[in-house]
Design a protein. Sequence first.
Lengths: 407, 168
Amino acid sequence: MSDHNITLAEDAIERKTTTINLGPTHPATHGVFQNIMELDGERVVSSDQTVGYIHRAFEKLAERRPLYQITPITDRLNYCSSPINNMGWHLTCEKLLGVQTPKRVDYLRVIIMELARIADHLICNSIVGVDAGAFTGFLYVMQYRELIYEIYEEVCGSRLTTNIGRIGGFERNFTNTAFTKLEKFLKEYPVALGELESLLTRNRIFMERTIGGGPISAERALNYGFTGPNLRAAGVDYDVRVHSPYSSYQDFEFDIPVGKTGDNYDRFLVRNQEMWQSMRIIQQAYNKVQEFKGTDADVYHADVPEYYLPKKEDVYTKMEALIWHFKIIMGEVDMPKGEVYQSVEGGNGELGFYMISDGGRTPFRLHFRRPCFIYYQAYPELVKDSMLSDAILTMSSLNLIAGELDA
Amino acid sequence: MAISNEYIQQKLTEKFGDQVFNFEDTYGMLCFEAPKDLNLKVLQYLYDEPSLGFQFLTDLCGVNFPENPNRELAVVYHLHNLVENTRLRFKVFTPVATPDVFTATQLFSSANWMERETYDFFGVNFVGHPNLKRILNVDEMDYFPLRKEYPLEDQTRIDKDDEMFGRG
């Protein structure tokens, strides 16, 4: 096993291997989770993970909350792309309630979700750069994530944990400022993404650090339940947006980038390509949104009085609106009975919501399928026999988000 | 493209007879039940049978139904045939007194942590699991928190005085 010529006596206390704790709070893990690694020199012999440090019992909390109060919980799953989680949750509720959203709402949602995907991949890829020793890219692209956050802020008022949208649509229509900011982003971001790519993609140091690190075959990836960019990097073109289209994704033209070896470099490339595809989708969605004229251009929610809050001025002047307002806020609307599974393509894979309703006011059971949680168990297999520094790189290239891991 | 729910149901009934039951269509997804001793046989059949090929385990989770005598705990499998793009949901029920269910880790590596999570929250004992211990909660915990016997304070307030709100 060891390359070194160390001979230890039979009863020696010393061992050939060293055990280290990587985490729970370690700057290289980018999140709160622990890896206990057995090292032979710098080579990883075996590892074991401990998760659950920020477990907040979301599934239990959800059992006592009316639907609209669960949205802020979903923010805190994958907090790098909260809007996707929010939309996924709204879609789950809408599926259960049988709400049909207008096309304009779907397109606006697509814009927000793809922006969130870019923000998510942007962090992941630039962090892979940081862990390979290139800090510049990370600092440089932060200002473009800032542009995305400004758009969120314009739409919903918050930046990280967004609580964006409502069951049936959005809380308010997109302002002109939001669209101006979107245009600015659409114009400026491709340049920056090109620059990030030119910094890293064909960079000799970066390539040598990432190619061949943490590889996984398509068969193993599927068996381990990989989804999202990590699965696509292994060569399987599974994408929820294409396989089970939601929010009118079938109206858009885009490609699913796939890799081949499932190593860190392929994951990096797949994420980069996905950002370009997201830009395509956003541009198409924006064009489609602009085609709505007259009163159609003011549509930003479906007609679901039981779940969508009425306008404030109506609440003060109309009895019915007041009643609905009160019933919704107090969570007094009974849901239909049923069992529903809805998934969306999250930042790092298939984010699923499995909800059982017994006809009460809160879900009887709500389970989140968290892609991180499922693929993180493959980590020991991915990093076995690799160098410790490559194991860290693998961890960031898997895009592990502690909030999603622990739920 | 997709395999029709009727076809899946027909194949399963051919193979397992009335051991598989409670077929229903929930928002387009086929959902059915089997006795817990058969869970591996059903999963294996769904995996191996070429015309079905449910080889991707999307999700595995537990549910607690305290009202159902001898069927208090359920283990729910969401399976996916990625080639034909068809999903199905498969459930087994177990009494809470003897919560033993065979593990699916031999078939799906991904089941490992999901079963640990289910054990952690519901106390389902997955027989044959390589490392069945708590995953998200602390090891010292001596109860299974997601069971319904541990209620949370009800924020939706159906306990409040309805008369005050015109519904008495």
